[in-house]
Design a protein around this ligand. Sequence first.
Ligand code: AMP
Length: 417
Amino acid sequence: MQFSQLKINDLISRALADLNYDLPTPIQVQAIPPLLKGLDMLGTAQTGTGKTAAYSIPLLQKIITNRSTYQSPILTSLIIAPTRELAAQISASIKEYGKYCKVKVCVVFGGVSKGPQINNLKNGIDVLVATPGRLLDLVDSHFIDLSRVNYFVLDEADQMLDMGFLRDIKRIISKLPKVRQTMLFSATMPKEIVSLAESLLHQPVRVSIGSVETPLRAISQSLYRVEKKNKAELLIHLLKDEKISSALVFTRTKNAANRLTKKLLNQPYKTEVIHGNKSQNARTNALKNFKNHSSRVMIATDIAARGLDISQISHVFNYDMPETPEVYLHRMGRTGRAGEDGITISFCAHEELSLLKDIQKHIGMEIPVIRVPITFSIEETTSEISSTKEKTDSFPSKANAKKRTSHNSPYYHKRNK
Ligand code: AMP
């Protein structure tokens, strides 16, 4: 199918052509026609599938169509995203797609001063991309009026729930007009999302594309059994391999991310670190340097695991095993994007073996073990997971995550048919 068959306005088509979007992606083929008709949508899809354009193209088309009705820009489209980085990324994409449409797009998120955001809002906007907390703050202080919103997108809904935004989301929804078009996208469909969708959507069209199982096809997975104290040394050793052009390294806690960053300081490549305790400027700069490949390594907590579209990450390292199988899949989804090959390497200490067991059960396969170089000792015994008091960054505790059943994963369904 061609974009021309989707009956997209020429102003938008020109912008897509500038971006070399020759053909619509599968989610765009499925989602654009019903969204242009004004239907609600429930989508199982993660970032990396072309989801942003799938909901932004109809949004822009709607604004162009209604343009003559409004004298000045009116906030009619609202997109909520869980993280500041994702909100900024979505806003940048909509600006690209709408660059010939004179659409005013604004993004608001916490962690930075409100002043410039308020100034942008004052000039009038058509589209607002926001994280929940800052949005409510600006609504409560009357800088944002949601009463004319008729196109509402909840993006990465499962992550928003994991980050504890459910109450905020419900408050935001209570401020929107009852008559509107609503879209909810989520990488996984735990029952909390299903019930949110039921309360929010009216006879939604369902689309399911590029869900969390997709990366498994293009991504090679392997595992080192290594003691915790030897993990840094193993990572430094592996990073000597020049084939690792860009590595995203996940730690479980902010402290662990900081400690590991210090250990990599003297290496002959630049390392960035990104987590929830970093200022927004530091986070933006880290991401920029990693994205433009001036830094080869980025150490991250799971705040960076979802949503971000960073092309050409050759390797994802699970320096600490993820707390849940879903997080494993999301981390892995950062590599091998847009059909590229990717490699995920996990470091599993003996106290993390039960996490590994859960992951392997969930994905329905054993992750191949690579023998560690002789200098690093291996623990072969199984033991209970150690309880740790360090604070994790934004994602649910194992106990919470256990409440979700593994069969929520589309991958599980696929494997168990
Ligand atoms: P998203 O899932 O929206 O984050 O998009 C993932 C990546 O795919 C982004 O880098 C987009 O620029 C790119 N993309 C989206 N739609 C298309 C398309 N039709 N053709 C080529 N690339 C696309």
